[in-house]
Design a protein around this ligand. Structure first.
Ligand SMILES: [Zn+2]
Length: 359
């Protein structure tokens, strides 16, 4: 056997590319990516904040929040450091506000994007692990007003912010192609792809509300992971065995698909869909038309149109959402409280009897 050196690579004559031009382009793409990510995070933070506040009575853990995001270059992940100053216009050492939720305590106090935050109640805000420190400070402080020392365009001023109590569960926003969101019980994860699918904030509120409903209704005691769409649950169980050195050959994924052994799961998913519509409505979103998210999901995942696995089909979810929207509109017109109805089916009333449910 012989090897042909000339045949081992491409045969076309390729143009020379300059390393400097590639480096400049890399920087451009990184800056565009981080700006895009933080713009989308801003949207998720906005919707999540309103969902958290409006539904706090149903959450197991709550915390004081002010509705703003501030960072330093140092507080961002290492991979962002070389270009985040330029991308986000933030300081190395002074925490800089990169988002303010509309209608939040921070907005009411007049805090604006670009403000540098120097201190809370005269305690300097650290340049590293900034978000965690602020969360801890607010938790300690409780419901008391906070004096926030700001620097805006070189001028120092102090504003008073009145924190609001809201659901505490962390929400992670992750760059991922898979159209999905899920919860592990101690956090909610929202993928970028599902946010792109949610054309309106009401639809995004439904997505976030769905995961929050799983947490609040105690569905995780029955299932380790509750994803927004099917098959992922099975894939994760298989993945778990694989990590433990046992290869299942996708048996759990197949089982989930084949027998609907988790018929219980479909009931939980329907319940989360039902309750998430209420969460979104209570947060002030007009959910008429929010059911379009399920049509969009059907287009992104054609199998979900016809095959109910761990989750109802996308048409079932669409039709149910429309029914719930009508139920909520009726309550609104009669000025009744927007509280989900209990006693839907046997499985769900059984789950209600566990005492884990808030409704
Ligand atoms: Zn779910």
């Amino acid at each position: 056997m012989w090897l042909c050196a000339d045949c081992a690579g491409p045969v076309s004559k390729l143009p020379e590319i300059s390393a400097a031009a590639v480096a400049a382009e890399e920087r451009k793409q990184q800056i565009a990516q981080i700006r895009d990510y933080y713009a989308k995070l801003n949207r998720v933070d906005n919707v999540a904040f309103h969902i958290r506040v409006a539904n706090r009575e149903y959450c197991k853990t709550v915390s004081p929040q002010i509705g703003t995001h501030m960072v330093t270059v140092q507080s961002l992940p290492n991979k962002y450091r070389s270009f985040s100053r330029e991308a986000l216009n933030v300081s190395w050492t002074k925490p800089t506000v990169i988002s303010v939720v509309a209608g939040s305590p921070a907005a009411a106090a007049g805090i604006m994007t670009g403000d540098q935050v120097l201190a809370l109640d005269n305690v300097a805000v650290p340049p590293r692990r900034t978000a965690g420190w602020i969360g801890g400070y607010l938790k300690e402080n409780g419901a008391r007003p906070v004096q926030v020392a700001l620097r805006r365009n070189g001028v120092d001023q102090t504003v008073t912010v009145q924190p609001v109590i809201a659901c505490a569960i962390p929400i992670e926003f992750v760059t991922a192609d898979e159209v999905n969101a899920y919860t592990t019980g101690d956090k909610i994860v929202i993928n970028t792809a599902i946010v792109a699918l949610a054309r309106t904030d009401a639809q995004l509120a439904v997505v976030i509300g769905h995961e929050l409903a799983h947490v609040n209704l105690g569905h995780l005691e029955k299932q380790n992971v509750n994803a927004l769409i099917g098959t992922v649950g099975g894939a994760l169980v298989d993945g778990g065995f694989l990590l433990g050195g046992i290869y299942t050959g996708g048996a759990f994924t197949k089982q989930f698909k084949k027998t609907g052994a988790l018929a219980f799961s479909v009931g939980f998913e329907r319940e989360a869909d039902y309750v998430d519509a209420y969460y979104a409505a209570r947060a002030g979103y007009d959910i008429a038309g929010a059911e379009e998210i399920w049509r969009a999901l059907g287009q992104a995942h054609p199998d979900s149109i016809r095959f109910a696995t761990t989750h109802p089909t996308s048409p079932q979810r669409f039709i149910q959402m429309r029914e719930v929207a009508a139920e909520i509109a009726d309550k609104k017109s009669r000025q009744l409280p927007l509280v989900p109805e209990l006693k839907v089916s046997r499985a769900e009333s059984d789950s209600a009897a566990t005492g884990q449910n808030s409704f």
